[in-house]
Write a protein that binds this ligand. Structure first.
Ligand SMILES: Cc1ncc(COP(=O)(O)O)c(C=O)c1O
Length: 487
């Protein structure tokens, strides 16, 4: 009994609102100071790189120390993170979280009301319907559409393909297990999560049919029929074709109308992986890139990529909402009475997650505060900046632009005096490592056709033309230092 009383005293401290108020104000001040610093002082490092071993050692020592000063802990977390709000952070496809969405995250984490069952997420389930209907409208779907939010593009793509399997495989795999070989078709440039999804679905290596791409890294639609016939000859039933909008490495958009025609002709499910670039549906200027998206049976769009929301936050929208209710046919008596009724407010009927975050609050708050066209503004700014960067690169003889970007992903490499391929590949790897170690910029790298490219994704609307010019100057400095043998 004494334990119970003692524990109560300790736990009262954990749930003391005055502590929350005091520390909360301090944490907000700390974060605001950090944001002011990285946004206004360009000389601040984007990251202070440490090797994984050193980083682990640092935190192991912290873990074994008795210091419980929380403000210092948060300061250290910030210091050991890559600063996505820094205008020179141009690496991965991660949204720069809008401040209102981050604050909504604090509110929703505290309320923790995001479950797939209505009573434990009344507001979040209602907002989720509003937000996904909003997305459906921009996709060009009608009132039959319906969707939900889920934890990331990977999970959303898997969920969509499960729905495809339910709709297109006549020997209901969900009930009977696999009776025949099934497959999906997608470009060889698709994100690896599609390959992973097909394997999780039990399709095996033969069940992920990768169609080659054209010179612009878009699926070669003239090859679709041949690949379909090859599959049929092996008794493989293709159930779906997937369009990339856009692809990950080069940001290329597949011809969605051609894929929709192919799907119609062959009675396939048509899914669009718009995790990265599907958000152009919001933009009058760039929606031409996803012409035909309204013909897809399902569409994935990550809010945590192009749409200013912290990770993870993904919309999966179905052209015919009823399909989304057929994906998982299970009883969960303690949560809801029937799996067969279509209840948007019990979102767990349609999602992998049972408990999930209150994702809708973050998206809704951005729209509420800045208006329905705020996503369009972000897309237009970032895609426009990418065009500017590409134009700068084209003027430079020392650099080679992989392809004219359709989106905000730009791949380029230093070629200088045109040494051999191996040498150029090595040089670009060294450039990237040196840049990361210096902390001046954060960019990544990728291989395209055996060539190593420096890969940038322009995610931060605060990035400017000067940042691009400085990046190229910095790279030239690194190369001349390397030539002098300083490194
Ligand atoms: C085209 C595409 N699809 C899917 C994914 C996976 O999305 P997530 O990281 O949200 O799981 C990515 C991630 O970069 C992507 O670029």
């Amino acid at each position: 009994m004494k334990d119970v009383v003692d524990n109560y005293e300790v736990l009262k401290k954990v749930y003391d609102p005055s502590d929350f108020r005091k520390l909360g104000h301090q944490v907000i001040d700390l974060l605001a100071d950090h944001l002011e610093k990285v946004q206004s002082d360009i000389e601040q490092p984007v990251l202070k790189y440490k090797t994984p071993t050193d980083e682990l050692k640092y935190w192991q020592e912290d873990f074994s120390s008795s210091d419980s000063e929380m403000l210092d802990f948060f300061k250290n977390i910030i210091a050991h993170s890559t600063h996505v709000h820094h205008p020179r952070c141009m690496g991965h496809q991660l949204a720069v979280p809008s401040f209102i969405a981050a604050l909504s995250g604090l509110v929703s984490d505290l309320l923790s009301n995001g479950t797939g069952v209505y009573e434990m997420g009344m507001a979040s389930n209602a907002l989720e319907k509003i937000v996904t209907d909003f997305v459906a409208g921009y996709i060009g779907y009608d009132e039959h559409a319906s969707g939900f939010l889920t934890s990331g593009g990977t999970l959303a793509n898997l969920t969509a393909l499960l729905a495809a399997r339910k709709a297109k495989a006549p020997n209901a795999v969900w009930e009977n297990g696999h009776q025949e070989k099934l497959a999906v078709m997608v470009s060889e440039e698709a994100h690896y999560c599609i390959d992973r999804a097909a394997r999780i679905l039990g399709f095996g290596s033969e069940g992920i049919i990768k169609v080659p791409v054209n010179n612009s890294f878009q699926i070669e639609t003239t090859l679709l029929e041949t690949y379909l016939q090859k599959a049929k000859a092996k008794d493989i039933r293709v159930i779906a074709v997937i369009g990339c909008a856009s692809s990950t490495a080069t940001g290329s958009y597949d011809d969605l109308n051609a894929l929709a025609d192919f799907a119609d002709k062959n009675d396939l499910w048509f899914h669009v992986d718009g995790a990265h670039g599907g958000g152009v549906a919001f933009s009058k200027q760039y929606s031409y890139l996803v012409k035909g998206i309204n013909r897809a049976d399902s569409v994935v769009i990550d809010f945590h990529k192009m749409l200013m929301i912290p990770a993870l936050n993904t919309a999966l929208v179905f052209k015919h909402g009823e399909n989304s209710y057929k994906t998982f046919q299970q009883k969960a008596q303690y949560l809801w009475d029937s799996q067969h009724s279509q209840e948007w407010y019990n979102s767990g009927k349609r999602t992998f997650e049972c408990t999930k975050l209150m994702m809708s609050v973050k998206v809704y708050s951005v729209i509420k505060m800045y208006g329905k066209d705020i996503f369009e503004k972000n897309i237009d700014r970032l895609y426009g900046l990418a065009k500017t960067f590409a134009a700068i690169l084209l003027e430079q003889t020392d650099f080679d632009l992989a392809i004219t970007p359709q989106s905000n992903i730009i791949n380029f490499r230093f070629i200088g005096s045109k040494a051999g391929l191996e040498e150029i590949n090595l040089l670009n790897a060294t450039i990237r490592d040196t840049l990361i170690e210096s902390g001046a910029f954060y960019i990544v790298q990728t291989m395209i056709g055996g060539r190593r490219y420096l890969r940038t994704t322009i995610m931060n609307p605060m990035t400017t033309e000067t940042d691009f010019i400085t990046l190229l100057d910095r790279i030239k400095d690194i190369v001349s230092e390397l030539k002098k043998g300083y490194r």
